[in-house]
Design a protein around this ligand. Structure first.
Ligand SMILES: N[C@@H](CCC(=O)N[C@@H](CS)C(=O)NCC(=O)O)C(=O)O
Length: 218
């Protein structure tokens, strides 16, 4: 299997986390530099997004959550989902809240903050929505431990890049107090860095951010 991935992409980072946690022999490759316009890449992923997983038979699977589910189903050990349906639902609620109410607000904010004609009221509205999402997430996850159940699950696999990207947003926007009211979310950075698979993803994203900052300065 081959994963087209970029170090700083939170969606690609999510899949790498699952690959590292399961110790899978997946080749991790950068897409061609012209991936947004390349017909070859479009043939692999008609959604023209990163990541995409290409199976050995040539079938390709886009969408990070779907790829993680595929890896879980085809390589169930070690499992990223707990034993009972109720525990699995809890994992999925965390994943869904982190996705729909946190990440969905973060990504547009980078663009809103990075435009010449900044629309301050739109930025404030987005930060207010993000604060609501962070409140929901903070109430759902355990403090100073894996997201839920005391062990690594698919919730951690997604929470790690989400949490890293929140650090990026704090640095980029200068809103360094963004997480002050959300202690479990704030403390999750240390939880992620302590785990070998999640820590590896965190380091790759750190290196990816440093490389991006360097190229922006050049
Ligand atoms: N829902 C997709 C989102 C993937 C996504 O949006 N990836 C970004 C990179 S972080 C992307 O490819 N954006 C399009 C672009 O940059 O042109 C997933 O979960 O894989």
């Amino acid at each position: 299997m081959k994963l087209y991935s970029l170090p700083l992409s939170p969606y690609a980072a999510r899949v790498r986390g699952a690959i590292y946690a399961k110790k899978l022999p997946v080749e991790i490759a950068a897409p061609p530099s012209d991936w947004r316009t390349s017909t070859t890449y479009r043939a692999l992923n008609p959604l023209v997004r990163i990541p995409v997983l290409v199976l050995d038979n040539g079938t390709s699977i886009p969408e990070s959550g779907v790829i993680v589910d595929y890896l879980e189903e085809t390589h169930p050990n070690p499992p990223l989902l707990p034993e009972t349906a109720e525990e699995r639902a809890q994992v999925r609620v965390i994943v869904s809240v982190a996705d729909h109410y946190v990440m969905q607000e973060i990504m547009p904010l980078f663009f809103l903050l990075d435009t010449q004609d900044r629309d301050d009221s739109e930025i404030e509205t987005s930060f207010a929505k993000l604060a609501k999402g962070l409140g929901h997430l903070d109430r759902l996850i355990d403090a100073n431990s894996y997201a839920t159940g005391g062990r690594l699950t698919a919730a951690d696999i997604w929470l790690t890049p989400v949490r890293f990207t929140l650090d990026g947003l704090m640095g980029f926007s200068g809103r360094t107090t963004l997480l002050d009211d959300y202690k479990a979310v704030a403390g999750y950075a240390k939880v992620a860095q302590r785990d070998p698979a999640l820590g590896r993803v965190w380091q790759e994203m750190t290196d990816g951010l440093a490389a991006m900052m360097k190229s922006r300065k050049a």
